[in-house]
Write a protein that binds this ligand. Structure first.
Ligand SMILES: NC(=O)c1ccc[n+]([C@@H]2O[C@H](COP(=O)([O-])OP(=O)(O)OC[C@H]3O[C@@H](n4cnc5c(N)ncnc54)[C@H](OP(=O)(O)O)[C@@H]3O)[C@@H](O)[C@H]2O)c1
Length: 333
């Protein structure tokens, strides 16, 4: 079978679609015929050696895939051939708080990833995908969507709250859709006026261009008198200082990403404004299932920017690196 592999060294130039042995499900495992996978910023970091410097080569890339159950191993009771499923980002985090052990098991890092024609998943690390979603749409959910869902729900997002979203990548566009589904007001930034217009069409209540208006924290405070309730912080150290200015006293910053680079921030506003800064690491299977219920109830459709075929998967990763996408980049398998 074919798979997208980081071959012998870090660097996007070392990505290739190559033959790998067909996987065989063992006891408690399920063989999935992958129909689509999606890319995350993490895949760029992984391929460049910035996520797991101890990565062993060759390593199949990717954390997010959806497909059909093709066969089940001994003892599997919950799944049968033909079921439409997606894998969980952390197959050992089923419910409750995250644990050290669960956080250590992720696809594409310590074990092979899922951008492949066939994958083996553990029975407990699988969810059924909503009927109204295509495989391409379902493949966008395991990392970006669950992360956005975890961030917003942990922060208490709901009617009467205002959330601030940064940029229009995978996590932020899901956060926009979920914030609106949860009844919140959504503010969003982008480097592109065209993307801001698309975000408005998706339900964003207001937007500003963080390149032409770098003081987006001031804008956010004006939009939400006194500051926003929740920031979905995907920029990291490079945006955190402004996020802490944008958030209200007693507000919540969901710390998720590292897009803006930077390495230092001033902790004083966290104390002086009594802000809750909550690290988010994707989410559990229970969160994935709760999110899917809302996706079904509200008939939410993930926003796919572009679909590449598996032989073009290295080009898809290069495309993600340009940051020109809006929402998710998908690989049809
Ligand atoms: N902690 C976790 O569990 C978790 C899970 C998922 C993702 N992440 C992290 O979250 C971040 C986002 O991931 P993703 O997959 O959504 O990435 P992505 O789809 O590649 O997002 C790219 C977009 O981010 C925006 N962006 C880049 N630099 C920015 C800046 N300085 N300020 C505001 N927006 C900026 C740009 O939007 P515009 O083009 O609109 O400007 C860009 O197009 C990454 O750092 C990723 O590693 C963490």
């Amino acid at each position: 079978m074919k798979a997208l592999v980081i071959q012998t060294a870090f660097g996007l130039e070392n990505l290739a679609v190559v033959d790998r042995p067909d996987p065989v499900p063992g006891p408690g495992q399920v063989l999935v015929r992958v129909r689509a996978a999606s890319l995350n910023y993490r895949d760029l970091l992984l391929a460049k050696g910035q996520y797991n410097p101890k990565l062993q080569f060759p390593r199949v890339l990717g954390s997010d895939a959806a497909g059909e159950v093709a066969a089940v191993g001994a003892g599997v009771t919950q799944w049968k051939p033909g079921d439409r499923v997606a894998g969980c980002f952390m197959p050992h985090w089923t419910d409750g708080p995250i644990t050290d052990a669960a956080a250590k098991v992720t696809f594409g890092s310590d074990r092979d990833g899922v951008i492949a024609e066939q994958i083996v998943l553990e029975e407990r690390g699988i969810v059924r995908v909503p009927d109204h979603l295509s495989f391409e749409e379902a493949a966008t959910l395991p990392c970006a969507a669950v992360t956005a869902w975890n961030a917003l729900t942990t922060a208490g997002t709901g009617p009467g709250t205002t959330v601030l979203l940064q940029g229009t990548g995978g996590v932020s566009i899901f956060a926009l859709q979920f914030a609106k589904a949860l009844g919140a007001r959504a503010l969003i930034t982008s480097s592109s006026d065209d993307k801001l217009a698309r975000a408005r069409a998706l339900g964003a209540d207001a937007g500003t261009n963080y390149k032409s208006y770098p003081d987006w924290d001031k804008w956010a405070r004006q939009e939400a008198a006194g500051g926003v309730d929740v920031v979905v912080e995907v920029g990291g150290a490079g945006t955190l200082d402004r996020s802490l200015k944008a958030v209200r006293t007693g507000g919540h910053v969901a710390l998720i990403g590292v897009l803006a680079g930077g390495s230092a921030f001033n902790p004083l506003p966290v104390l002086m404004k009594a802000v809750r800064v909550q690290g988010v690491f994707v989410g559990s299977r229970a969160m994935f299932e709760a999110m899917n219920q809302v996706i079904v109830a509200k008939q939410i459709r993930p926003v796919i920017d572009r679909v590449f075929a598996l032989p073009d998967a290295p080009a898809a990763v290069h495309y993600l690196e340009t940051g020109s996408h809006f929402g998710k980049v998908v690989i049809a398998v």
